[in-house]
Design a protein around this ligand. Sequence first.
Ligand code: EZ4
Ligand code: CO
Length: 403
Amino acid sequence: MPKIVDARITVTRPGRNFVTLKVICDDGTTGVGDATLNGRELAVASYLGDHVVPCLIGRDAHRIEDIWQYLYKGAYWRRGPVTMTAIAAVDMALWDIKGKVAGLPVYQLLGGAVREGCTVYGHANGTSINDTIAAALEYQAQGYKAIRLQCGVPGMASTYGVSKDRYFYEPADAALPSENMWSTARYLRVVPDLFKAAREALGWDVHLLHDVHHRLTPIEAGRLGRDLEPYRPFWIEDATPAENQDAFRLIRQHTTAPLAVGEIFNSIWDCKDLIENQLIDYIRATVVHAGGITHLRRIAALADLYQVRTGCHGATDLSPVAMAAALHFGLSVPNFGIQEYMRHTAETDAVFPHAYGFADGMMHPGDAVGLGVDIDEDLAAQYTYRPAYLPVNRLEDGTLWSW
Ligand code: EZ4
Ligand code: CO
């Protein structure tokens, strides 16, 4: 059995901040896990370094489920994004180790491939509808079969999902939270026009997605769903904040637009009622923020009973380590729906060499043993952490809103 003898935490900033755990065994085998929680990076690094790593030393790295239970139940304080991200990092690293010892890619340990690859969606955005359509046409030309559309809102200086850089989207862009402004009325007018233009330009053989980013009330979300229905959206994401899950019942009464939610969920308990009451179509909980591969499999198994499919979060704040883990999971889970994919910068990719790749609208984790991803710790050491926060959002009268 590979015995855990050490675990190192690296906080690095190759373009943006990432926290990575590397677990080291007595036989020299190592495993990596992503521990990045955007804007709260050091809290997870401390949770791991101060409270988790000391409990790992001497344990059998093969006992993945037991270590998961030990960290979850053993903390006494259950759930929450910091705890669940820390547990996720350990879990990913242990699956990586098991794969390396077995000489198999992790997806083989999860039951093997049940599809040829994971269909991913790219992010087309622009300040105007025309710019967004131009970006979407580029994605289509690159082979993407699914594209998320976000555009600027006339009269608003900035809005969620609209990138400052043409190729790389990075909202955590300031040492203290920057301030965005929001108008639901203006927003609800522009999105149907965006989808109409997109169908005219891109046709019907491509899936179109949209992220509301928790900004609408349930009845407003119902309105948006109705307005988008003629253009057959693949999903509407985070239509309303999900703390009140009954809200989705109200949305459902008004629209057949498929609903996706859960990128900020961290436990099966966040997902349970929405899934069992069939209030959503896609669950977006992700490997790094929801307890790792071990816990995400449990969420997916519950969702499968209700024909709810996975649509894992995959923005740039999930490191290539999380991306690799998501692809091993996605390739092997029966009720996979789609995987979000935002390109990392070349700097990030260099720090995290990886076996996964994109072709014809799909991604594949590759056939390297374990997760097929590593961290170049020497290169990582050249990029020092700098605080970076996500923006906050206010209504035009100054009221703080959901970002
Ligand atoms: O705002 O990952 O669907 N993707 C998203 C992301 C999130 C960021 C937050 O850290 O909503 O862009
Ligand atoms: Co989102």
